[in-house]
Design a binder for this molecule. Structure first.
Ligand SMILES: C[S@@+](CC[C@H](N)C(=O)[O-])C[C@H]1O[C@@H](n2cnc3c(N)ncnc32)[C@H](O)[C@@H]1O
Length: 448
């Protein structure tokens, strides 16, 4: 992992195309190239590649760029497996790296974040848990509509570095075959009816996005079409969301055309999931992750556990049989309704769920439930704000299990908790997202 150079040097202008040799990978997964000490972060570049890259953001001491042409691939580069219309899949930016190298980079990324960004020492860094499947592991993909030069509907991903252009997808190797079929069926329906994709530049057209979710264990699919407000023939999907205004996003009033919920099984428990509730995107590795959370929490059957950012209750319910009682907190109302339904579905009675923002909901929770023995935290990538860290400390737990999808926010949060007397005991990286730079990590902090 490399750091940006601090010495200002010749600063390229926006749009300039440079020939660059990538020498390493940065936090976040982009390639790092240097020109007279000036660092350029290269989207799409892997170590050993010689590329032509276009500068998008020139700053005083570094710039950001995207590969325009791979002039000489690294001798270690693997042939791309997932390619759409001649372009490497934007969802698999590390597919050119051997899987062992991906794991080594992720392990080093977690270590670098904890030691360098967090200034943390004296903890056990466990070897990364490898993924069960390196392809076709995602249970959810979100596609965008575009159009071919001839005006036919395309349905796929945004071209790397572009918010406007869409690359048509026929078979994405991150998705199951069933997911790919569902997407292609919707594109065929759009072509049959001559429907146009929405063009955000002129605010015209109808088709915006398609979200395909899959219950990997139940074999169920849930498809949600997002369109502008318009009269259209009945689409072959379960849910139809209308987004009225300009701009992006997939939130809006949703009509039901098929099943309302997706159901899934994880760790022997059954779950229902609402369309706008979070579910870990790799079901098989979520099961592994929750088992690691349970091992790390080391419950003795009597503890009061708080599960903060609990989603549909997966962690709370998987810990309930090992604890005295579990309280889940989550901001999305539908996810909390799912969590309560999931407790009933699995006949688990010692769990309680509260819909609240983590920042505002913790003091009322402590008043209602009392202090916690163990707190599990599983926040979004942004991690915890300083205020939420203070509220977590007020929970008074002996042990905190922090499930993080971003080591660069885990590290400062662990350091802040350290100032309040929580020592980082261990960190367990888990590979939930092969072919990407993303890494999950379960950290244990204990009050000394
Ligand atoms: C990474 S997910 C984890 C969910 C769950 N633990 C799981 O494994 O499925 C983070 C969750 O935090 C919720 N969330 C985001 N911001 C929040 C906030 N400010 N307060 C409470 N929950 C929030 C999201 O809706 C999402 O369900």
């Amino acid at each position: 992992m490399s750091r940006p150079a601090t010495t200002p040097s010749k600063r390229p202008h926006r749009g300039a195309e440079l020939e660059l040799e990538v020498d390493s990978l940065a936090q976040g997964g982009r390639g790092v190239a240097r020109r007279d000490g000036y660092v350029v972060f290269v989207n799409g570049g892997l170590p050993g590649d010689l590329v032509r890259a276009r500068i998008s953001k020139p700053k005083r001491s570094y710039a950001e760029a995207s590969v325009v042409e791979l002039l000489r691939p690294s001798p270690e580069r693997l042939a791309d497996v997932c390619v759409h219309a001649g372009e490497p899949c934007p969802g698999a930016p590390w597919q050119g790296l051997a899987y062992e190298r991906q794991l080594a980079e992720k392990q080093a990324g977690v270590e670098d974040a904890l030691r360098r960004l967090g200034g943390l020492e004296g903890f056990e860094l466990r070897p990364i848990v490898t993924a069960a499947e390196t392809w076709r592991y995602r249970n959810k993909l979100e596609y965008s509509f575009g159009r071919s030069p001839g005006g036919e509907p395309w349905l796929g991903f945004h071209r790397r570095g572009s918010w406007r252009e869409v690359v048509d997808v026929d078979d994405c190797h991150l998705a199951s075959e069933a997911n790919n079929h569902a997407r292609n069926d919707v594109r065929d329906w759009a072509a049959l009816h001559g429907l146009e994709s929405y063009d955000p530049n002129v605010h015209q057209g109808v088709l915006r996005n398609l979200v395909v979710r899959e219950g990997r264990r139940t074999g169920e699919l849930q498809t949600r079409l997002v369109t502008s407000e318009a009269e259209i023939p009945r689409p072959p999907v379960d849910l139809h969301t209308i987004v009225a205004g300009p701009g992006g996003g997939t939130d809006g009033p949703t009509g039901l055309l098929g099943a309302e919920y997706l159901t899934e099984e994880i760790g022997g428990l059954g779950y229902r999931v609402s369309p706008n509730a979070f579910l870990q995107t790799n079901t098989e590795m979520a099961e592994r992750l929750y088992a690691i959370v349970a091992e790390t929490a080391d419950l003795q059957g009597t503890e009061r556990v708080f599960d903060l950012y609990c989603g549909i209750g997966t962690i709370a319910l998987s810990l309930a049989r090992l604890a005295g009682e579990v309280w889940g907190v989550e901001a999305v109302a539908d996810a909390i309704i799912d969590a309560e339904a999931n407790a009933t579905r699995n006949e688990i009675a010692n769990v309680h769920f509260r819909k609240a923002d983590a920042r505002l909901g913790l003091r009322p929770l402590i008043e209602e439930a009392g202090r916690a023995d163990v707190v599990v935290i599983d926040p979004p990538r942004a991690g915890l704000s300083a205020k939420v860290v203070r509220r977590v400390i007020e929970c008074g737990a002996k042990r905190i299990v922090y499930v993080s999808c971003n080591p660069t926010t885990l590290a400062p949060n662990a350091a802040q908790l350290g100032e309040a007397g929580y020592a980082l005991i261990s960190a367990q990286p888990v590979d939930m997202f092969p072919q990407t730079p993303h890494v999950e990590c379960v950290a244990l902090l204990e009050r000394s």
